[in-house]
Design a protein around this ligand. Structure first.
Ligand SMILES: C[S@@+](CC[C@H](N)C(=O)[O-])C[C@H]1O[C@@H](n2cnc3c(N)ncnc32)[C@H](O)[C@@H]1O
Length: 257
């Protein structure tokens, strides 16, 4: 019995220790980057430097006919670099989003557009979560997070899928969709899909940034007025906001009906 408890406690952590581990080393992010990309420590700075502009510069502009092609065909490992640099330099902000998900996450969790896995891995470490379905259109991201899950010993609590359909789950208790909606051609229809896969007691965590940036550093973000207006109409007709006290842009929602 003691042996079993020791095994469990190695992988399942309390909320404070999960936050501390993220703030200390972003769940060993640098060592995972080196291991996954077979990179020396001396190459890491170059990989992370200018990651944001490297990603922006790889966007082909208006010639891109299908928005999702950018993430599935073009970015390669550039999105991993961009997200890693962001999660390392903005760790207090990311930690607040982790704190928020700790107050809502339970049972079956969908992390849609999960990126480098910070939120999915933190959820997998939590005792209130049964399983996390990490969905991301980018194969490098999926493989990198699977590598990280194995390194952190939480692989049994995670599944990796390209689409929500691939999860084969009809209803999720928690939906996490952070910094993704502005990357979709039609964020309103994504909100309708989330509504369909939630129970009356499910909670969704959403944020968005429909802005291309002061210097076009986010050329891949959707900012079309009609698309954005349709998004807000759909959000407000399907979901009711659930108050939380953390001072960040991410909002918590439950279904209206
Ligand atoms: C800015 S990142 C956000 C990552 C993560 N949620 C975070 O907060 O760090 C956007 C992510 O959405 C993914 N993505 C873009 N379009 C997608 C789609 N249609 N389906 C699933 N994932 C998508 C990208 O591959 C990328 O990992």
């Amino acid at each position: 019995m003691i042996f079993v408890l020791q095994i469990k406690s190695k992988k399942l952590k309390n909320n404070n220790s999960i936050l501390k581990e993220f703030l200390d080393n972003a769940f060993n992010l640098k060592s995972h980057l080196m291991g996954f990309f077979s990179m020396k420590e001396s190459d890491l700075d170059e990989f992370l430097a200018d990651a944001k502009m490297n990603l922006a510069n790889s966007h082909p502009g208006d010639v891109l006919s299908d928005v999702s092609d950018f993430y599935s065909q073009i970015v390669g490992d550039r999105h991993v670099a961009d997200l890693a640099a962001w999660h390392i330099t903005s760790k207090d902000y990311i930690a607040d989003t982790l704190k928020l998900q700790q107050s809502f996450s339970r049972d079956l969790v969908l992390d849609f557009g999960g990126g480098i896995g910070t939120h999915a891995l933190a959820n997998a470490m939590s005792s209130t979560v049964e399983k996390v379905f990490f969905v991301d259109i980018n194969e490098t991201n999926r493989n990198f997070v699977e590598y990280r899950a194995n390194e952190l010993g939480v692989e049994k609590k995670l599944a990796f899928c390209e689409t929500i359909k691939d999860t084969q789950i009809s209803k999720f208790d928690t939906v996490v969709c952070l910094d993704v909606l502005e990357h979709l051609a039609d964020p309103a229809s994504q909100i309708e899909i989330f509504n369909e896969i939630m129970n009356p007691n499910s909670i969704a965590l959403f944020n968005w940034y429909f802005y291309k940036g002061e210097n076009n550093e986010y050329p891949f973000h959707i900012d079309d007025t009609q698309i954005v207006e349709s998004f807000f109409k759909t959000l407000q007709s399907n979901f009711l906001e659930v108050f939380h006290p953390i001072l960040i842009t991410t909002r918590a929602y439950k279904k209206i009906r």
